[in-house]
Design a protein around this ligand. Structure first.
Ligand SMILES: Cc1cc2nc3c(=O)[nH]c(=O)nc-3n(C[C@H](O)[C@H](O)[C@H](O)COP(=O)(O)OP(=O)(O)OC[C@H]3O[C@@H](n4cnc5c(N)ncnc54)[C@H](O)[C@@H]3O)c2cc1C
Length: 169
């Protein structure tokens, strides 16, 4: 894990949010490239008694994805995007922005209800419901969510869908 702490050359850039009025200084930022990295970061936070925030696109106006003195899980390195045009589904990493998602799906003439600003994180957007230009015809972004592979606060990797762990989904 590349831990980003105060004094690290990428510290200020990594903690910057869309709302520049939020100026928080976490003790450590963990850029996570895979679920194992997320689990490692959570274990570190537990060992050191640190509060945890999760940061994707950084568009939370209230700054929910950044903290003071805690650990921030930065999911932006998870940028994978795989589109299955026959199933009309996409499997994407938690770090994708709405714009990056659109680029991947538009190649096949497919779309979901996306955000009005392309730099919004797709995960944070969808977790919040996801309201956009296509919603009157196709519903919110969360209506198109099929399944999520996630890491629980306890560090366990689980899948949540209508069939698997439906209460979590
Ligand atoms: C300029 C602007 C325009 C906007 N336009 C729209 C719009 O058109 N439609 C709309 O619906 N909303 C809109 N929003 C609101 C935006 O969609 C939400 O704030 C959304 O939660 C931002 O997601 P993010 O990943 O960019 O932000 P972040 O700040 O990174 O994350 C937002 C929240 O989601 C949590 N989170 C993110 N990723 C994960 C993850 N992988 N696992 C667990 N928790 C996670 C974070 O901890 C945080 O609490 C807009 C916001 C801004 C600033």
């Amino acid at each position: 894990m590349k831990w980003v702490r105060p004094g690290h050359p990428e510290y200020d850039e990594t903690r910057r949010l869309f709302n520049a009025m939020i100026d928080r200084r976490p003790a450590v930022i963990a850029p996570c490239a895979d679920p194992e990295g997320v689990a490692e970061a959570l274990a570190y936070a537990k060992t050191h008694g640190l509060d945890v925030a999760v940061r994707a696109g950084g568009h939370s106006v209230a700054g929910m994805s950044m903290n003071n003195g805690g650990l921030v899980i930065d999911v932006r390195p998870m940028k994978s995007a795989r589109v299955d045009p026959e199933a009309r589904t996409a499997t994407v990493g938690a770090g994708l922005t709405c714009g990056e998602f659109d680029r991947a799906t538009q190649e096949y003439g497919l779309a979901i209800t996306g955000g009005r600003v392309s730099t919004t994180g797709l995960a944070g957007f969808t977790l919040g419901g996801g309201s956009g230009w296509l919603e009157r015809a196709f519903g919110f972004a969360c209506d198109d969510l099929v399944s999520v592979d996630l890491v629980t606060a306890g560090g366990e990797q689980v899948t949540a869908s209508a069939q698997e762990n439906p209460e979590l989904f």
